[in-house]
Design a protein around this ligand. Structure first.
Ligand code: SAH
Ligand code: SF4
Length: 406
């Protein structure tokens, strides 16, 4: 398994044009109306090749070249028949996302900003750990859910990413890191993907599922289902569909132990309240690759972090389903008007959960010197939803926890 040096890839805080771009691999970008092969999972590629009069094994070969080798140039795909290479050149291409910037944090976290057109840009973050590497991938330009504590939510929503734009983030990052870290053939840089970047993945379901299939395919990235995580604010019908179509690890952003508070923090709760959400989580477990659901809980000072609320959370979750709690220190940004819970308060909250037998972790904040931490991803969004105005109106109506606010 790959290990990652603790030092930055390219010096602390590097921001600017790439030096030594890997040649002939995943950073190649061209524009055009051709079919972008990154939009297709293996099944889709087989249908596409069939349309060109080519057999299925050709699709597998092509898929492997693109995803396993990071090759974008058909001419370089040496074991593909010359005639196929010729056919592809006229109708298809491997179109990555134009890279705007790359920042490397002091702790080795890397953040890339990609141009997705029309003034929109999305962010992707690589988080190295001693024994694995995690990529945090975006699913939308902006997000329509509009959570109070989330920088992406404050930017509003522009559009869904296409499958190819979701896959391009992994395609680029994997091959960029492999060449920068000097990994040998067979070593991989990324073992985990978390759909925790910008956007609500289950509100972009049709593009998400083929992207997940490519992440999982042994002919592409070969990631384990347990190591691909979809994080959701709770789109209940789509949790059910994901269970049937492509069950991967599920993380649910809960953030509150009761509907009143959750309504004000995660507006989607008004449509799918906690009770319905937990029922969907129980159903998901029937097919899930892990036998628990992870609940994320962003710790907001004086809002959701009291010991009483921890006890409420225990009473809510413990009798209903096997779960793990992941407490996320709030990553502040000016427009939120919220502050991070003090460390002692987070520890006291975690203690209540642990004492009740709920496995609880406190997430380490990574990459905050480059604004790459959870919820700080801001990209560039041409908002079509008046999010800033709506959120500033809602600012006044967050119920404050009894006894909190110390
Ligand atoms: N839309 C999905 C996935 C993207 S957000 C979701 O909401 O789950 C990924 C995670 O970051 C979520 O758990 C979200 O609640 C959390 N998050 C958002 N803003 C944050 C912030 N400012 N500080 C800490 N975590 C935040
Ligand atoms: Fe959207 Fe998730 Fe941010 Fe909420 S936390 S606004 S669902 S990206």
């Amino acid at each position: 398994m790959a290990t990652f040096p603790p030092q930055p890839l390219r010096g602390t805080g590097f921001a600017g044009p790439l030096q030594e771009p890997p040649r002939g691999v995943a950073n190649e970008v061209s524009m055009g109306a051709n079919m972008n092969l990154l939009d297709l999972d293996l099944e889709g590629l087989a249908v596409f090749c069939d349309g060109l009069g080519e057999k299925r094994f050709r699709a597998t070969q092509l898929y492997r070249w693109i995803h396993q080798k990071g090759q974008a140039d058909f001419e370089q795909m040496s074991d593909l028949a010359k005639s196929l290479r010729g056919k592809l050149a006229g109708v298809a291409e491997v179109r990555g996302l134009p890279l705007i910037s790359e920042h490397v944090s002091a702790d080795g976290t890397v953040k890339w900003l990609f141009d997705v057109g029309d003034g929109n840009a999305v962010e992707t973050v690589f988080i190295p750990e001693t024994d694995r590497g995690t990529l945090c991938v975006s699913s939308q330009a902006g997000c329509a859910v509009g959570c109070r504590f989330c920088s992406t939510g404050h930017q509003g929503f522009s559009r869904n990413l296409r499958t190819g734009e979701i896959v391009a983030q992994l395609w680029f990052a994997e091959h960029r890191l492999r060449s920068t870290l000097g990994l040998t053939a067979g070593e991989r840089a990324i073992d985990n993907v978390v759909m925790m970047g910008m956007g609500e993945p289950l509100q972009n379901y049709d593009a998400l599922v083929p992207a997940l299939r490519t992440m999982l395919s042994d002919h592409a990235y070969g990631l384990s289902r347990r190591r691909v995580t979809v994080s959701t604010s709770g789109v209940v019908p789509m949790i059910d569909r994901l269970r049937d179509d492509c069950p991967v690890a599920l993380a649910v952003s809960l953030h509150a132990p009761d509907d009143r508070l959750r309504d004000s923090l995660v507006p989607l709760n008004r449509k799918y309240p906690i009770d319905e959400l937990l029922d969907a989580c129980s159903r998901y477990l029937d097919a899930a690759p892990r036998d628990f659901i992870t609940f994320e809980y962003c710790m907001l000072d004086g809002v959701n972090d009291s010991p009483e609320q921890a006890a409420q959370l225990v009473a809510l979750l413990k009798p209903r389903l096997p779960c793990k709690l992941n407490l996320i220190p709030f990553n502040p940004f000016p427009a939120s008007g919220l502050t991070r819970s003090p460390r002692e308060r987070v520890l006291a909250f975690a203690q209540v959960l642990q004492d009740a037998g709920l496995v609880t972790t406190i997430r380490k904040t990574r990459g905050d010197d480059i604004d790459a931490a959870c919820g700080q991803l801001a990209g560039e969004v041409q908002d079509r939803t008046n999010a800033a105005e709506r959120l500033s109106r809602r600012r006044q109506v967050i119920p404050i926890a009894a006894g909190a606010g110390a």
